[in-house]
Ligand binder design. Structure first.
Ligand code: ADP
Ligand code: ZN
Length: 756
């Protein structure tokens, strides 16, 4: 029986959950480390897996040796994944799959293509071309293309450009006129692009002190989170660029996370034109080939700057020194479509902690959690309070849509003020952005005489109206009330308003008012195809339209100097979402949209339409007063024990049989409550009732959920969550025998929404 000096417990990529032991041969000892991806024999087949841990003795014998070590994942990423597994309650394997895209784990290989070059001098080829033109037009056409290129081109391109077949190429190669060679093609993006280089700008004093603070921990290789709080246009990106420069000079690499939506050419150009070395982008729309090549280069250490969306937090950069999370408050950092429900910002901070990196969070409207951490000294805070260039802040008007309603005896999409302002822009040849918050598509009930939405008596949240149910329901605590005939606040019998207008309707009604207006619509319907988002923005940027109508997509990171008017059409719809983050989200969006106006030489104007003109959130956004907003909102959070004063875990149950799912949810809820009583002091947790999820039925699956609040924020809240997860996993394990496998149980730690 063969014995080995070391053994590895290997988790298979697919298949069983059990770990299998394999021996490590001498030649593989250096590479076979925890998190290395390996090929191992399983029942006569080779399977991919990864090493979970090394051991000196196998659990069983005889063992087979590892067939081949593909590559190591890296110690820091392994630690990161282990933490995520405990904190987010996700199987290791799922995280491993998130960290290593399928193409990297499976069949990826470098791409080979044929490259054609000239084998004779230009003059000789011209002569040849002329001499064969009559007899052999195909060959001549190929030569003509080859004479126009600088060095050479890919065979596929040559065939496409000339419109001729491969036979003629082969003939020319045989005759010694052309040369054909196999090359490996680099499909990672951006390496061939040439940009005018820009020099670092001379920083203003606030930028400079922010940069100094960042560089201090960067140079000391010290883990520290910095919050860079600065209005749009205050020069945050410039600070990022110079911090990265410093990191590179120190021999470290840098990771820049941005929300997927802002990963535009506009942003990339600024990075590409600053650095002399290649950088990589990493996001969901990369093709397999691009992804494979990019990954390999990062892995080899050939690339030291990565800009990417959420999943880039796993990029295997060497000697990572700086992690930047731009627009840190953005919801898209949280993976909420499918497990693992991780938050890339929080994961980035943990990665920084593991690798002793400096983490910079940037935002004009930081999340309440991050600002709280900065105020309480956990993060270092730097503020940039004025625009870096001389453009002034826009003037902002709030329009009371109730008055417009009275004037017209009915609902209208556009106020007179907004229509006049648009008309003025059309005359002057300036551009307009119209923003419509699509998140408001759930109906909420608004009393038209007192303008208040109907709210839960236990929570500071609006109640939700369900079309085929008699009651209004609170989705946080489960409170129910029959559909009222009278408004509970003003007792009036005025009609209630259900809301929900989409961008498409806006575009149509705008054309009805201005028949010749040129519009571009940017929302998830018009940007389905790869590249269409970019194309539409480019068209707008080059003046192909007067008005850009859009959802959140137009709120973020765009810079159009010709835009002098921004109209926010339904500013309050998102306030009525039954969620504790409703005010925060509304405030952030309005600030961001307003920030799009007047970014060039011309002064900007913002028109905010609202049914709630007295609402403080809208006023604070109109005054661009984040700190005041923060102070008020943080008090609400404190009073109601919402994050950051508590942690939340949402337990989600789904399945095809409504009653069965509900039964499982109720059963586990009861058991969990009992178990928590033994583990936490009674005032430290609340287990909420089971409710139907905001999307109660999706694709025939029913979803029920309940919320657990752990009354501990800040320091130690992570341990609370991990402790909670352990308790819950024991319950799940125990119940495995009679838990129907048809009911899926998921756990969302720090859910973005308590509703969906
Ligand atoms: P933010 O990222 O905060 O929105 P940017 O970094 O994009 O701000 O800066 C806004 C504009 O001001 C950009 O055109 C940028 O080139 C310019 N800018 C930034 N810092 C300076 C500076 N110190 N001096 C001159 N211009 C600057
Ligand atoms: Zn409630």
């Amino acid at each position: 029986m063969t014995t080995y000096t070391k053994y590895a417990a290997v988790a298979l990529d697919l298949g069983f959950n059990k770990l299998l032991d394999y021996g490590i041969e001498e030649k593989d000892l250096a590479l076979a480390l925890p998190a290395s991806v390996v090929e191992v024999p399983v029942r006569g087949f080779l399977r991919k897996g990864y090493i979970v841990k090394l051991k000196s003795k196998p659990d069983f014998s005889p063992v087979l040796p590892i067939h081949r070590v593909l590559f190591p994942l890296g110690d820091d990423l392994l630690k990161l994944i282990s933490w995520m597994s405990r904190y987010y309650f996700v199987p290791f394997k799922k995280l491993f799959q998130a960290a290593l895209p399928p193409i990297v784990r499976k069949k990826g290989k470098e791409k080979e293509q044929f490259f054609v070059t000239r084998k004779k001098s230009r003059e000789e080829l011209i002569a040849l071309c002329i001499s064969i033109r009559e007899k052999n037009p195909a060959k001549a056409a190929l030569l003509e293309v080859m004479l126009q290129v600088e060095k050479g081109l890919f065979l596929s391109e040559l065939l496409a450009q000339s419109g001729k077949g491969q036979g003629a190429v082969t003939a020319l190669v045989k005759e010694g006129a052309l040369n054909l060679e196999k090359v490996v093609v680099d499909r990672s993006l951006l390496t061939h692009a040439e940009y005018f280089k820009t020099k670092p700008k001379v920083l203003n004093p606030s930028q400079n002190s922010a940069l100094q603070a960042i560089c201090k921990t960067l140079e000391a290789t010290e883990f520290k989170t910095h919050l860079l709080f600065g209005i749009t246009g205050s020069g945050k990106t410039e600070v990022y660029l110079q911090a990265i420069e410093r990191a590179l000079a120190l021999g470290k690499s840098a990771l820049v996370l941005v929300p997927e939506i802002t990963l535009t050419t506009q942003l990339l150009e600024r990075f590409l034109s600053r650095f002399d070395e290649p950088l990589a982008v990493w996001h969901s729309a990369l093709s397999d080939g691009e992804r494979f090549d990019t990954f390999q280069k990062i892995k080899r250490g050939d690339i030291r700057i990565v800009i990417g969306a959420r999943s880039a937090v796993f990029c295997p950069l060497h000697n990572l020194g700086l992690i930047i999370v731009d627009e840190e408050h953005e919801a898209s950092y949280k993976q909420s479509e499918e497990p693992p429900f991780y938050h890339a910002r929080d994961t980035a901070i943990m990665r920084g902690k593991i690798t002793a990196a400096t983490v910079v969070l940037g935002s004009a409207t930081p999340s309440l959690e991050s600002f709280y951490n900065a105020k309480s000294g956990k993060y270092a805070l730097s503020c940039l309070m004025s625009r870096a260039e001389n453009s002034s802040l826009p003037s902002i008007r709030i329009v009371d849509m109730r008055k417009e309603f009275d004037k017209r005896k009915g609902f209208t999409n556009f106020s007179d003020v907004l229509l006049e302002s648009i008309e003025k822009r059309l005359k002057n040849g300036e551009q307009t952005l119209l923003f419509l918050n699509r998140r408001g598509y759930h109906t909420s009930m608004l009393c038209l005489s007192c303008n208040s939405p109907i709210k839960c008596i236990h929570c500071d949240l609006s109640l939700t109206f369900y079309k085929n149910k008699p009651d209004l329901v609170c989705n946080l605590c489960g409170f129910k009330v029959p559909l009222p005939k009278k408004c509970p606040s003003c007792k009036g019998e005025a009609p209630f308003k259900f809301k929900g207008v989409g961008t498409e309707q806006i575009e149509r009604s705008l054309h009805a008012v201005f028949p010749s207006v040129r519009t571009i619509r940017l929302d998830s319907d018009t940007t389905k195809h790869k590249g269409s988002h970019e194309k539409l923005l480019k068209a707008f940027g080059s003046g192909k339209a007067d008005v850009l109508i859009g959802t959140q997509m137009i709120a973020k990171g765009l810079h159009f100097p010709e835009v002098t008017l921004v109209g926010i059409l339904n500013s309050d719809s998102s306030l009525n979402i039954p969620d504790f983050r409703a005010s925060e989200t509304t405030f952030q969006l309005m600030m961001q949209v307003a920030g799009r106006a007047g970014r060039g030489m011309l002064k900007g104007e913002v028109v905010i339409q609202t049914f709630l003109p007295e609402n403080p959130v809208i006023h604070l956004a109109a005054n661009q007063n984040f700190e005041k907003f923060y102070e008020e909102e943080i008090e609400t959070r404190r009073t109601f024990h919402y994050p950051p004063f508590s942690s939340m875990v949402k337990l989600i149950f789904s399945g095809l049989d409504e009653q069965e799912v509900l039964g499982v949810a109720e059963r586990l809820r009861e058991e969990l409550e009992e178990a928590l009583k033994g583990a936490f002091p009674p005032e430290h947790f609340i287990v909420h009732p089971v409710t139907a999820a905001g999307h109660a039925k999706v694709k025939d699956r029913y979803t029920f959920q309940f919320l657990v609040r752990l009354m501990k924020g800040g320091e130690g809240s992570g341990e609370y969550i991990i402790k909670f997860n352990t308790i819950f996993s024991l319950i799940l394990k125990d119940k495995n025998k009679n838990l129907p496998p048809s009911v899926k149980v998921n756990l969302d730690v720090n859910p973005l929404s308590t509703f969906f």
